[in-house]
Design a protein around this ligand. Sequence first.
Ligand SMILES: [Zn+2]
Ligand SMILES: [Zn+2]
Length: 185
Amino acid sequence: MPLTTMLLRQHGLAVTAQRLAVLRAVSDRAHSTADDIDRAVRAEIGAISRQAVYDALSVLTDKGLLRRIQPARSPARYENRVGDNHHHLICRTCGRMVDVDCAIGITPCLTAADDAGYEIDEAEVIYWGRCPECVAATSASSGNGKRTGSVRHEPGHTALNPEQPGSRANRHQKETARQKGDRRV
Ligand SMILES: [Zn+2]
Ligand SMILES: [Zn+2]
């Protein structure tokens, strides 16, 4: 049985061609917008309405199979690396988004200095700056690319596949996904 099929069943979702195609599209291109995913799914399976793609994204996100990241002033992006509370770097110039692990560990960002009595289950951290390509392009054209404050984390990290067993966050991912699913349904 394909892993995507198993994932849907594990989360109590009916296995449909639309949902499978949406899952595949997101896993092939992490941090895509709904429009990007819509285009990819349409190219793959043809007859599907935009609304069906949006519905599938919403169900899969609510059930914790996908994570939605909503950067300020830009469309939401989707990814299938869920439950490990990783962070993101976004380039202000070209909009490219990459994953960055928490500097301290898997879930320490959930430990707020003062939780004010809230039961915290998620923390969103987005580092804004310029990607290496955009920094290089500016340096090349102006001869002066020095800028303070741009984020220089190495972006070489690609999205972990949550279907892969053995990732250090795997057990936690499943638990968090389930908790999220329960809470949001
Ligand atoms: Zn850029
Ligand atoms: Zn990510």
